[in-house]
Design a binder for this molecule. Structure first.
Ligand code: CAA
Length: 259
């Protein structure tokens, strides 16, 4: 499929690299990009075992939602725009494969929100994160007030959101918004290394882990434990469980098929 604002690459077996590419606006998300992202997610094939999302260019991951598009929206249109972003980001969050955000520069507003919809965030040393929306007279729109407190705690999320303060990579690491910071030139290589480790493991088991963590965090402790046990049990009906354990006992490397 051809996209105006997305670049799609297959850098290594099982890994798809998606670059958001709108150089004139530092990759700000307009509704066309959101619709392209939606179509891209709907069309991800089974060959993709890990998705890496990054920004095209050297300066920005995504500098937010497109302010020039939002400037003249009325309430109804604002609702529709927010809903579109929410829908696409939730699809990313619930994809049955790991999604890594390789944040290579500005991740502001909708950019921080896109990164937070991914499973894991790593960033370059020039990355900057923030939720500057209240300075534009709006709230974070693509679930930023929902995901940020879940990731960094309410106090830090409220400070970032109420002040609009932009934080650097080292602070993002300290508050747990990102897992690791790398020199800019090494970021993609590090993302690919992480992805390769995931690709070597059993895909159905990873998918079950993702479901257990994502859904389990919104359940009571007892409900979450029960959910995990169902998913754990389900693994024993897979060929990958037989293969993984036979490989261990046979002192060889497992060859998973995702079945
Ligand atoms: N929307 C539209 N255009 C944007 C944009 C955005 N979010 N961010 C940057 N641009 C455009 C600029 O207008 C500029 O365009 P022109 O060359 O035509 O003037 C171009 O990208 C380059 O930007 P700058 O010249 O400003 O670059 P800089 O290096 O001086 O500053 C920046 C970079 C700090 C990221 C600055 O561009 C900026 O503050 N951008 C806006 C960030 C922002 O507020 N994001 C939140 C948007 S609201 C939102 O996201 C709502 C939501 O939650 C859904």
């Amino acid at each position: 499929m051809d996209y105006q604002f997305l670049k799609v690459e297959q850098p290594q077996e099982g890994v798809t690299l998606l670059k958001i590419s709108a150089p004139k606006s530092l990759n700000a998300l307009n509704s066309t990009i959101l619709k392209e992202l939606d179509a891209f997610i709907d069309n991800i094939g089974s060959g993709t075992r890990v998705l890496i999302i990054t920004g095209d260019g050297e300066k920005s991951f995504v500098a937010g939602a497109d302010i020039s598009e939002m400037a003249n929206l009325n309430e109804q249109e604002g609702y529709a725009f927010g809903r579109l972003g929410d829908k696409v980001f939730r699809k990313i969050e619930t994809l049955p494969i790991p999604v890594i955000a390789a944040v290579n520069g500005f991740a502001l507003g909708g950019g921080c929100e896109l990164a937070m919809a991914c499973d894991i965030r790593i960033c370059s040393d020039n990355a900057k994160f923030g939720q500057p929306e209240v300075g534009l007279g709006i709230t974070p729109g693509f679930s930023g007030t929902v995901r940020l407190p879940r990731l960094v705690g309410q106090g830090m999320a409220k400070e970032m959101i109420y002040t609009g303060r932009v934080i650097r990579a080292d602070e993002a690491l300290r508050i747990g918004l990102v897992n690791a910071v790398y020199p800019r030139e090494e970021l993609l290589e590090k993302a690919l290394e992480m992805a390769a480790k995931m690709v070597a493991n059993a895909p159905l088991a990873i998918c079950a882990c993702k479901e257990s963590i994502n859904r389990g965090c919104d359940l009571t402790m007892d409900e979450a434990i029960e959910l995990e046990n169902k998913l754990f049990a389900g693994c024993f009906a897979t060929a990958d469980q037989k293969e993984g354990m036979a490989a261990f006992l046979g002192k060889r490397k497992a060859a998973f098929t995702g079945k």
